[in-house]
Design a protein around this ligand. Structure first.
Ligand code: GLU
Length: 288
């Protein structure tokens, strides 16, 4: 076993991100309860091992659209902002209700935290959010995080949960971030378009070349994250001294395999950068 993979066994504070496309049945767009149940079971077992766990979950807008039969509606344009926000208000409550039930089945307490860019950029907000997370984790609670899409308009939105999960991981001083996606990890090019694309098992030091490889999209059509946002997450995570893994969520059991040190997905090694300024970085998101 690779020495770096071996070290993943010792991780104490783990943030797991799951995307909308991983939580839905592709044919119907309805929530995949079997998958959610397996996800929650894995997270509860990590808690039972004495690890701190945070879940960053998408799926609010998708679940809300489904609830009011607007599945085919595009919610990207500014015209539909209010509708998108309404869908997220409907869907976030539904999503959370499902999570609460599942976590309760395994005797764990879950809490909801909804954030915007301001939660990080504003010093007092960030201080308060940090304290809330710390207290929840001290109490053994599993925070379930999403962007506050009901109020997050362009000026204050982070925009995707890959970036959000890395921000959360940095804020709570996690030591591992696991991004579950519909792709196996980082490739030298988009494997769906280029058959010669090579899989990358480990990134020791993130370079501009890696950031460039991230321009390929996951192409799932739901959620907002592509490989590009995953590279931004990798930049935040590794600069903030935490390891990050991108792995395929088609088998949710990967969470356990990763924490057992198995060679799954792409591992980005922590590479602390003392000059990395999280609030400044977040403030500048979307501005470049
Ligand atoms: N926050 C959005 C939602 O819950 C999803 C963002 C994303 O997919 O990255 O629907």
């Amino acid at each position: 076993m690779n020495q770096y993979r071996e070290l993943l066994k010792n991780k104490k504070r783990i943030v797991v991100k799951i995307g909308s496309s991983s939580l839905q049945h592709p044919q119907t767009g309805e929530l995949d309860y079997m998958k959610m149940e397996r996800l929650v079971r894995q997270l509860c077992d990590l808690r039972n091992q004495g690890k701190d766990v945070v879940l960053v979950t998408s799926g609010a807008i998708a679940a809300g659209k489904k609830a009011v039969h607007l599945e085919s509606l595009k919610t990207n344009g500014a015209d539909n902002l209010a509708l998108k926000q309404a869908c997220s208000a409907i869907g976030q409550a539904r999503l959370m209700m499902t999570y609460q039930k599942l976590f309760a089945e395994y005797n764990q307490v879950a809490a909801q935290i909804l954030m915007t860019k301001n939660t990080i950029v504003d010093n007092l907000n960030r201080y308060n959010a940090h304290n809330t997370f710390s207290e929840l984790l001290r109490l053994g609670v599993i925070p379930v995080v999403n962007e506050n899409d009901t109020v997050a308009t362009y000026e204050i939105e982070i925009g995707d949960n890959d970036t959000l999960s890395a921000i959360v991981a940095a804020l709570v001083n996690a030591d591992l971030l696991i991004l579950l996606s519909d792709i196996d990890g980082l490739y030298t090019d988009d494997p769906r378009k280029n058959p010669d694309a090579q899989f990358i098992e480990q990134v020791d030091r993130l370079t501009e070349a890696h950031m460039g490889m991230g321009k390929a999209s996951t192409g799932s059509g739901v959620g907002t994250g592509g490989m590009n946002t995953k590279m931004i997450a990798a930049k935040i995570a590794t600069s903030s001294n935490l390891d990050m893994i991108i792995a395929n969520s088609k088998d949710i059991g990967v969470i356990h395999q990763i924490v057992e040190g198995e060679n799954i997905g792409t591992l980005f090694l922590a590479n602390p950068d003392p000059s990395f300024d999280l609030p400044l970085f977040v403030q500048q998101l979307h501005k470049t």
